[in-house]
Design a protein. Structure first.
Length: 409
């Protein structure tokens, strides 16, 4: 068996065409001929299955060390499909810092249809165990939860969750362990090896990697779960179109190269920010004193390319963001270009302010999703924006500087 980086490039044999093409073909066909009325063909209709989609699904299953993969039209379509395996009355324990769209899907859709959600800090194992077991702090007893749903690297504060320990707690009470590992990717961790039952990705981010497509992926090992997810994929029909399956397939081939550079850049930027007197907090585990322990204890090979930070009094975070030129002011993450945003007004604006503050997303917190550019340009861009945002040199020089940077960007 080949190693991970080789698997990224050609883990699966193309072996399907007479041309010798090194890439699998894109099958733009919604329907397929039957050999005869009584002969059910392998492919009949594209919602149920398509060879290009199957290639991507087998590719991600291989990389995640699962048995079945499923491709959806978006990360949220994937999450919807996974949650549909539960029934009214089921209780799901959810990490207290999950993607905003997921939070809304759970609380504004599934909760109204009878699924119960309990929010818990998944790094507090006592609280987690209480929530999963159904033994409340006041002696209240409920049925054990059916699942624990969490993210390993949280957004945007980059807290680290221990997939192995969380899964062990879930399994002790017969619950499934479900992880959205969009921020981690199989390059940094294969959660199924750590006991997780379902891995979900918004492939829109690192896996596709070029801000061109929205896509979602699910990987499982268990056949019964696979059948349930397949049912949801085929019956809700939120499938990924063939051309987009190919975009994600191609993106995955360069995942390692991109993520290596993104992490190298993120580390350099986090170190720059940590040393700046204009910054009061940097949220990136790579600059924590616990760095090595965090990697070892959580079964991670890196911390990815997203980080966040808080500026000192006297620095206007909005001016800072509006003054960036190499970083683009945009939500999303994981692509080749660097993006910057203000979570309180952009990615997390839907969260009630009190909820936001409770998990540490202050009004001035800035998130960076670092790309693959030259790190010196990214740091120069930040330095320049800091100068403007702190009023340090609001003179003609800076106007000239920004014109120059804009020309590059
Ligand atoms: C973006 C994102 C999603 C949603 O994915 P879409 O592809 O936008 O539907 C879910 N979870 C995480 C962690 C994300 O970053």
């Amino acid at each position: 068996m080949t190693r991970f980086n080789t698997q990224l490039v050609h883990g699966l044999p193309v072996g399907d065409n007479a041309t010798g093409a090194v890439n699998p073909p894109i099958y733009n066909s919604s329907t397929y001929t039957f050999g005869s009325v009584r002969e059910m063909p392998r492919w009949d209709y594209a919602r149920s299955g398509n060879p290009t989609r199957e290639f991507l699904e087998r590719q991600i299953a291989q990389l995640e060390h699962g048995t079945r993969g499923f491709a959806f039209a978006s990360g949220l379509a994937a999450i919807h499909a996974v949650l549909s395996v539960f029934s009214p009355g089921d209780r799901i324990v959810v990490g207290d810092n999950i993607y905003g769209g997921t939070y809304s899907l759970f609380n504004e859709y599934f909760a109204e249809r009878g699924i119960e959600f309990d929010t818990v800090d998944t790094s507090d194992f006592e609280a987690l165990e209480q929530a999963v077991s159904g033994r409340g702090p006041h002696g209240v007893r409920r049925a054990p939860a059916r699942a624990v749903y969490f993210e390993v690297l949280t957004n945007p504060l980059l807290k680290v969750n221990d997939a192995a320990r969380i899964s062990a707690v879930a399994h002790r009470y017969g619950a499934l362990s479900i992880v959205d590992n969009t921020f981690v990717t199989p390059y940094l961790q294969q959660p199924l090896d750590l006991g997780v039952d379902v891995v979900i990705h918004s492939a829109t981010k690192y896996l596709a990697g070029h801000s061109e497509v929205t896509a979602g992926l699910v990987v499982v090992r268990d056949d019964v779960l696979a059948q349930a997810v397949y049912f949801a994929q085929n019956r809700f029909g939120g499938v990924l179109a063939p051309a987009e399956c190919n975009d994600v397939r191609r993106g995955i081939q360069t995942l390692a190269l991109r993520l290596e550079r993104q992490q190298e850049n993120a580390q350099a930027i986090a170190e720059y920010l940590a040393a700046s007197p204009l910054v009061v907090a940097v949220h990136y585990p790579g600059v924590s004193a616990d760095r090595d322990r965090l990697l070892a204890d959580n079964g991670l090979r890196g911390f990815g390319g997203v980080l966040s930070f808080e500026v000192a009094d006297g620095v206007d975070p909005e001016v800072l963001l509006d003054s960036l030129h190499v970083f683009r002011l945009a939500v999303s993450l994981g692509a080749v270009e660097s993006l910057a945003e203000l979570p309180s007004r952009m990615t997390h604006f839907e969260l009630p302010r009190e909820e936001r503050l409770k998990v540490g997303i202050t009004d001035g917190l800035i998130r960076l999703a670092v790309g693959i550019e030259d790190k010196a340009d990214l740091i120069d861009d930040l330095a320049h924006a800091f100068a403007l945002a702190s009023g340090a040199h609001a003179d003609a020089d800076s106007a000239a500087d920004s014109a120059e940077v804009a020309a590059v960007a």
